[in-house]
Ligand binder design. Structure first.
Ligand code: ZN
Length: 338
């Protein structure tokens, strides 16, 4: 089968590799219907994470079940399924508490930009739709497998409530999905921080009420202007850089909350600053599995359309161009069809 392999920063190839096989009785094999390139895939692509040897790429997927192990009973061959980038048995103590992305048997997906994918913990990870969805819903369901689930978690971690004011730091796919989540959770004012016209437009379409192009101290001052001088109730940090975290912490009001979901790279939080700010801070990899049934329903009922974050669709063979377009910010997010 064809699969995406990174050889070195900037060197992404599609290669012929053996098809995956069932290893554990809890595995499933799916035929990929759609997969995509994640903002976090750009860390190794840009050389900001080391690539010590060639390895496969991809952790977002929707597909059709081909084969299941003997202990997989919730899904069966032929069903259309959505999963998460972190697999979970959905039965351990952490899963029962709702923290499936910290499952005691967790495995992170890393081979999804391919024609077929082995899903460990398939029994607890995959959620099947009642019917095979029409093509129009595939991008939205694919978004649910990571960026929409992560944006949802950002909004919950930031404690967005009906009537509240939310700031979204980051205008990548997760940030834009964070706008959707803040809107769905009832935020009255949603301030998107973005300086790119196409992303500003999508943020407004998703429910942002204000857009701020300024960053740093200027950006913080603009947020204060819009929030009675104190800052926002909720801030969704969807980037993972030191600058974005600082922006987020200084944009929240005393008693407000920051949900941080961008994988931190060289982010340090100063203890005294946090102490005196009275800002709550919670983040981490999203427990997407907890939200899947709800988010799948919202997509299939037409309530939300996070699939709009995909502004470039390419055949898997052109994955290298998909990475390039995102790296150069010509595309928000690339959808790949095997
Ligand atoms: Zn578990």
């Amino acid at each position: 089968m064809r699969a995406t392999v990174i050889h070195a920063p900037g060197d992404i190839r599609v290669e012929d590799v053996p098809e995956p096989e069932l290893v554990e009785p809890t595995d499933a094999i799916i035929r990929t219907v759609a997969t995509c390139v994640c903002g976090s895939d750009l860390w190794p692509y840009r050389g900001l994470e080391p690539v010590t040897e060639p390895h496969p790429m991809g952790h977002e997927y929707v597909g059709v079940v081909e084969e299941v192990g003997s202990e997989v009973r919730h899904v069966r061959p032929g069903q259309f399924v959505v999963g998460s980038f972190a697999t979970s048995d959905n039965t351990c103590a952490n899963c029962r508490n709702g923290w499936q992305s910290n499952c005691l048997h967790r495995e992170f997906m890393s081979t999804c930009q391919a024609e077929y994918v082995r899903i460990p913990n398939a029994h607890g990870t995959l959620v099947a739709t009642d019917e095979h969805p029409s093509d129009a819903f595939v991008p939205g369901l694919l978004a649910v497998s990571d960026v929409m689930g992560t944006g949802w978690w950002a909004a919950l971690a930031a404690e967005v409530r009906p009537g509240s004011t939310a700031v979204v730091v980051g205008d990548g796919a997760v940030g834009l999905c964070g706008v959707i989540a803040a809107k769905e959770l009832g935020a009255e004012r949603i301030i998107a921080m973005s300086r790119h016209e196409s992303r500003q437009k999508l943020a407004l379409e998703f429910g942002a009420t204000d857009v701020i192009a300024e960053r740093g101290d200027e950006g913080i001052a603009r947020i204060k202007d819009l929030t009675g001088g104190i800052g926002a109730d909720s801030v969704l940090e969807c980037v993972g850089t030191a600058e974005a975290m600082r922006q987020a912490l200084h944009s929240a009001r005393p008693g407000g909350n920051v949900g941080f979901v961008g994988v931190p790279h060289e982010v340090a939080v100063e203890g005294q600053e946090l102490f005196f700010s009275h800002v709550g801070l919670r983040g981490g990899p999203a427990p997407v599995r907890r939200y899947l049934p709800d988010l799948i329903d919202r997509v299939l009922s037409g309530g939300i359309d996070p699939g709009k974050v995909f502004d470039l669709t390419l055949p898997l063979d052109q994955v290298a161009e998909g990475y390039r377009a995102m790296d150069e910010r010509r595309a928000i997010k690339t959808l790949l069809t095997p």
